[in-house]
Design a protein around this ligand. Structure first.
Ligand code: SF4
Length: 827
């Protein structure tokens, strides 16, 4: 095949370095252009240009996305059929952009070089499963696959239902935990005293997930079907070998089976992708026997599958054709678009191949292409293509890199094309810039064709007269409510939108509504930030509880605290039974044994991310046990622990000491209902008791001089009241007095210290409780006055306190908030 040679441009050596072709033949191979070629044939011979008309336009967009939208807009503005247009690109990324836009607008497009396998459901499932494997089977990697219905369970259960069961089972990560935790969940259900609540919870979550149409199944049936599906899926992943490697061939076969069995297929592209992925994986399985570390195996498979292209097609009637410019010479259509002509992409650098240098290539064979010739070849191919482009040509480039936030410049070939167009070789980049004019951005200008209603909205809303908002808000009342609420929140007065709700004392005041059962932590939340109390306890907005995979952490603060409580409780129960006092040298080994048992149990329930983290945290727990025992030995004469995890008002499957709430009469004739669990109660006199709470952190934010800390620290004092009431009313100790309470810090950070408040200031406590109940009864749930209270708050995303700082200062001066300030006044 003899190709035309653009004027003024020598073909690169590699084009002519064909074996057996001598210089004379080379010269003959480049034949002169005939009259049918485009004016762009003179791209590099402007002086030789004979006044031919160059039918050329140059456009640019703000980033690649806007560039291709402008190309589509341009095509739509012509009276040309899609199958009369070819779009070429200089960078593979553009095929993805064209694929996305073709799906968005339903444009029929053929892709000469196909599109990425990532665009298919089987591709997404495969890459998702590889991430799942690499993360040590972290359950959160499965959720997107199941929620998007890419992965379809084969046991009759829906993806949403599987996600719900897995969430409830508290899987975390680790292959072996799935079956184990699902079995535990099933056992929990079957032995529950109130199994109905599980089904109700399930229904509520299904409604939230929009899965209303799914068949109603009992919760155990859902768990069983989930377990069967998960076991089937996990069974396809081979086990790791003793060297912690994975057999690549077996893994490939397992993944091929998973794609075949579970991947959702919704069209031709998915069916093609499934076939290609399975073929590739099976071929790999036949050719490799090796075992690789997991991350390497994942990388190998990702690289192999990533190269698969789907939906490759020749130009077809009725379809726009999109392809790489390197193939453009073979496509003959009436209009040609060339996208991606920025200087950073075209012609690219002439860097040598780092594996086989140019000198080595030359020594091996003159036919091998050299790195330094690569950019020359690209320029030549582009000039060749432009020289034979049949009709009008539109060249485009992105003028900005929106990811790296930097300006981009047109490729040098664009300047050359402009010079040819202008018939003036002296034109420079500033002339080109003036010629191109304003780059097209996200908001379409008045002269641009609109592609969809979003662009219409954008144009209207950014116009000077923003007349759109009112009709939009009329059409969408929830948006209108949101906008109005936000406006109100930005005002200085404390209103309904800041947590001031109509006061319904009968409902909200616990002194009147005895159905309302409080907890000390709830009261501390109320004192810390009434608005967060309102969100959690009045509106009942709760964050999802997930076990999050963190390679550097095994137990979070609460889990670590629970584990230590368990160990200390088991220790004291034993030595009290033996009538012994804490003794470091006599009990140390025994305490460590208890700790080992508890650690093993915790390991079953919560998988450590790796052995190193597990060992480190075990060491820390044992060290806390040592600190605890030393501290207990030092205080051994001060009292005898008599109750641990003393609970009341909690109806749990594990049972409680007293299932009914305690009604505390904190001042004559006034009482409220409380539930809770006291970490430990020590007997310090014939009828005197001390309530203690374990804190596994440091003593930094505790002080004997601040017993209430503006209401943020109430637990020990409220528990003292509760314990006294329980012991007296239930006749456990009719003359009981609980006048002391505080905290023990049994950890390396806390150094085994104790902070005890004695006697508890009952008068102040009564005043704090009164003020708190007034806050509740009056329905005034303001945001906290201190941003320190927000540090560990779950509601930051909905509260948006940071944006309201200025207005908040004024709001906090509202007369309605006097009770809040009363609470704050108690140090
Ligand atoms: S972020 Fe701060 S102000 Fe907002 S609810 Fe939480 S604690 Fe209160």
């Amino acid at each position: 095949i003899r190709l035309p040679q653009p004027f003024g441009l020598e073909p690169p050596e590699s084009r002519l370095n064909l074996r057996g072709v001598n210089q004379k033949e080379k010269a003959e191979k480049s034949f002169p252009m005939d009259g049918s070629v485009s004016g762009l044939a003179w791209l590099y011979d402007i002086e030789g240009y004979f006044g031919k008309r160059v039918d050329l336009e140059i456009i640019s967009g703000y980033g690649e996305n806007n560039e291709i939208r402008e190309v589509i807009r341009h095509i739509a503005g012509q009276e040309t059929g899609f199958d009369e247009v070819a779009v070429f690109y200089t960078w593979e990324f553009y095929s993805q952009l064209f694929y996305d836009i073709s799906r968005e607008y339903g444009i029929p497009v053929t892709f000469g070089s196909g599109v990425s396998i990532h665009n298919s459901t089987p591709g997404q499932v495969l890459f998702g499963l590889l991430k799942f494997l690499e993360s040590n089977f972290d359950v959160s990697e499965l959720y997107p696959l199941l929620n998007s219905r890419s992965l379809i369970p084969d046991t009759g259960v829906s993806g949403f239902q599987v996600v719900r069961c897995l969430r409830k089972a508290g899987i975390g990560w680790g292959k072996e935990r799935y079956s184990l935790q699902l079995d535990r969940l099933l056992e929990g259900y079957e032995s529950s005293r109130d199994p109905g609540k599980w089904d109700h919870a399930d229904q509520g979550e299904r409604d939230k997930a929009g899965d209303k149409g799914s068949e109603t199944k009992s919760f155990p049936a859902l768990i069983r079907e989930t377990r069967d599906f998960i076991n089937g899926l996990l069974g396809l992943f081979p086990d790791f070998t003793a060297e912690n490697c994975i057999p690549l061939g077996q893994l490939s076969l397992g993944l091929a089976e998973a794609i075949d069995r579970y991947s959702n297929i919704t069209g031709e592209a998915d069916a093609e992708a499934r076939e290609k992925i399975i073929q590739e994986l099976q071929a790999l399985a036949e050719s490799v026997q090796s075992e690789l570390p997991c991350d390497e195996a994942v990388k190998v498979l990702q690289e192999i599958i990533e190269n698969i292209r789907i939906q490759k097609s020749l130009p077809r009637p009725g379809h726009l054709h999109v392809d790489s410019f390197s193939k453009g010479i073979w496509i003959n259509r009436k209009r040609t678009y060339m996208a991606g002509l920025s200087s950073d992409r075209f012609p690219g650098s002439g860097r040598e191949d780092a594996i086989l240098l140019d000198a080595e290539r030359t020594a091996i064979s003159p036919d091998l292409k050299l790195g330094r010739d690569r950019s020359k070849e690209k320029v030549y191919s582009m000039a060749e293509l432009l020289a034979v482009a049949a009709g009008p040509v539109v060249l485009s480039f992105p003028c900005f890199n929106t990811v790296e936030n930097k300006e981009l410049f047109p490729a040098s070939i664009l300047l050359q094309a402009f010079r040819l167009y202008a018939g003036d070789p002296r034109k420079d980049y500033s002339d080109l810039e003036a010629f191109v004019g304003t780059s097209r951005g996200f908001v379409p200008a008045g002269d641009q064709t609109l592609l969809d209603e979003n662009e219409w909205w954008l144009r209207r809303q950014t116009a000077r007269s923003r007349t759109l908002l009112a009709p939009v808000l009329r059409a969408f009342p929830n948006l209108a409510r949101g906008a109005a609420a936000w406006k109100k929140r930005a005002l200085p007065d404390f209103s309904f939108f800041d947590g001031k709700i109509p006061a319904e004392r009968n409902l909200l005041d616990p002194r009147i509504n005895h159905e309302m059962v409080l907890s000390p932590s709830g009261l501390e939340t109320l004192a810390r930030c009434p608005f967060s109390y309102f969100l959690r306890h009045v509106l009942r907005v709760k964050p999802l509880e997930e076990i999050i995979y963190d390679p550097g952490i095994w137990l979070d603060g609460a889990q670590r605290g629970t584990l230590l409580h368990e160990i200390f409780e088991a220790y004291f129960k034993t030595i009290v039974q033996r009538n012994e006092k804490p003794n470091f040298s006599a009990h140390r080994e025994f305490l460590y044994e208890l700790a080992d048992e508890a650690l093993n149990r915790a390991r079953q329930a919560i998988p450590p991310p790796n052995d190193a983290v597990y060992d480190y945290e075990c060491g820390d727990i044992l060290e806390s046990c040592r600190v605890f025992l030393r501290s207990e030995e030092a205080h051994a004469q001060e009292g005898v622990p008599v109750w641990f995890e003393f609970s009341f008002g909690k109806r749990t499957d594990a049972g409680a000491d007293f299932e009914e709430p305690v009604y505390i009469e904190y001042k004559p004739g006034v009482k409220f209902a409380l539930r809770g669990s006291i970490d430990r109660v020590d007997k310090i006199g014939p009828n005197s008791f001390l309530v203690l709470d374990y804190k596994t952190g440091s003593t930094y934010s505790y002080s004997v001089w601040e017993p209430f800390k503006g209401g943020r620290q109430l637990q020990y004092a409220i528990y003292a009241l509760a314990l006294e009431t329980v012991l007296r009313e239930r006749r456990v100790c009719p003359g009981a007095v609980v006048n002391e309470g505080g905290y023990i810090f049994p950890s390396t950070k806390g150094e085994g210290q104790r902070i005890i408040y004695k006697p508890i200031d009952r008068e102040a406590l009564t005043a704090v409780l009164d003020s708190l109940f007034e806050i509740m009864g009056s329905g005034c749930f303001n945001m906290s006055d201190s941003s320190d209270d927000c540090r560990f708050c779950d509601y930051q995303a909905v509260c948006l306190r940071d944006f309201l700082e200025e207005a908040l200062t004024k709001k906090l001066e509202a007369p309605d908030l006097e009770h809040f300030w009363e609470v704050r006044s108690f140090d």
